[in-house]
Design a protein around this ligand. Structure first.
Ligand code: PLP
Length: 378
């Protein structure tokens, strides 16, 4: 089936007992057994829950991980819980290569949590495959890539990295693009990580995460770790993300057409020093983004003239864009990463420019978004 059809139907057959068209919220911790040890597929909700299973099947299918062939997904309580599950695949002495432009929480987890457990790290510009190659060590077990990156929207070459990292765990955080626009497993990624809090949920009403893989051994290991460590998505949260998935394609289409128009407006405004959006021909990796993505997404970053003070003023002056962290919901958000989402990387190689403003362009009418930015810049 095509993406739009899978988003609505994969793992989401009508309920066999009642015919309910929508997957029910199975709010139960345990399941009646027919005889000791004989259950009907579910025994305890940390191990498995039908609502979560529906979401996991849908996510795996949308990322191109064939469930029939042993691929799969684990849905977790947050994006960071998904990252933590990936961390359990590492051993003391392993080395991890991180992007030098990444979600601050990811960087914090590897450098402040796993580093204390003997897992070494270094950071590199993952948008330059030659630098990645040079930074690899014999003990480099895992390479973490975000593309587009948060918040500078740089693009990593997934095909080249896929070739280079055949013998390592190649992990791609696909939160910014969503599987509608980019499918890293097709380029050789071993694991795809999501904060489903963002575009997949899509309505700023749930925190969740997922790890997806097409490789049966990794899928089995992740399921084991999910049950052993317990960072599962609850049934109501899983249901909210499932509901969000159904409209992902139409939302993403609107997110990115609005983002393109907002980026073009900003690029033509003399009050703006720089606009970063992969859909602009001025973006240094516009060609690469066009090849490996089927659209450029809904995130736009820009630097108003006037430095950090101007960035704070603009972000505090919008009326339609809400000043808030997070992204990927139907409503437009604005933030200053250096003062908000990326404070945990201040003073590190990941420090972001203090005058950068990040927009999560929502699906409101684009003219209202442009008018709002126009008055805020004024
Ligand atoms: C790219 C990216 N990955 C992971 C995360 C972490 O996800 P969560 O906040 O759901 O734990 C975020 C959160 O902002 C993010 O932007």
């Amino acid at each position: 089936m095509r993406f739009e059809t899978d988003a609505i139907h994969a793992g989401q057959d009508p309920d066999p007992t009642t015919g309910a068209v929508t997957v029910p919220i199975h709010a139960t911790s345990t399941y009646a057994q027919d005889a000791p040890g004989e259950h009907r597929g579910f025994e305890y909700s940390r191990t498995g829950n039908p609502t979560r299973t529906a979401l996991e099947t849908a996510l795996a299918t949308l990322e191109g991980a064939d469930v029939e062939m042993g691929g799969g997904a684990v849905a977790t309580a947050s994006g960071m819980a998904a990252t933590a599950l990936v961390g359990y695949l590492l051993r003391p002495g392993d080395h991890v290569l991180l992007p030098d432009d990444a979600y601050g929480g990811t960087f914090r987890f590897f450098t402040k949590v796993l580093a204390e457990q003997g897992i070494d790290w270094s950071a590199v510009d993952v948008t330059d495959a030659r630098l990645v190659e040079t930074a690899l060590r014999p003990e480099t077990k895992l390479v973490w890539v975000e593309t587009p990156t948060n918040p500078l929207l740089r693009i990593a070459d997934l095909e080249r990295l896929g070739d280079l990292l055949r013998d390592r765990l190649f992990v791609v955080d696909n939160t910014f693009a969503s599987p509608y626009l980019q499918r890293p497993l097709d380029f050789g990624a071993d694991l795809v990580v999501h904060s489903t809090t963002k575009y997949l949920g899509g309505h700023s009403d749930v925190v969740g995460g997922a790890v997806v893989t097409a490789e049966p051994e990794l899928a089995a290991r992740l399921r084991f770790l999910q049950n052993a460590a317990g960072p599962v998505a609850g049934p109501f949260d899983a249901w909210l993300v499932l509901r969000g998935l159904k409209t992902l394609a139409v939302r993403m289409d609107r997110h990115q057409s609005n983002a393109q128009q907002v980026a073009e407006f900003l690029a033509n405004d003399p009050r703006v020093a720089e606009v970063i959006y992969p859909g602009l021909a001025s973006h240094p990796q516009h060609g690469l983004a066009s090849r490996q993505m089927s659209g450029f997404g809904g995130m736009v970053s820009f630097r108003p003239r006037g430095g950090a003070d101007a960035a704070v003023t603009v972000a505090s002056s919008t009326r339609v864009f809400t000043l808030a962290e997070s992204l990927g919901g139907v409503e437009s958000l604005i933030e200053v990463p250096a003062a908000m989402t990326h404070t945990s990387v201040a003073g590190t190689t990941l420090e972001v420019p203090s005058d950068l403003v990040r927009l999560s362009v929502g699906i409101e009418h684009v003219d209202d978004l442009i008018d709002d930015l126009d008055q805020a810049l004024g």
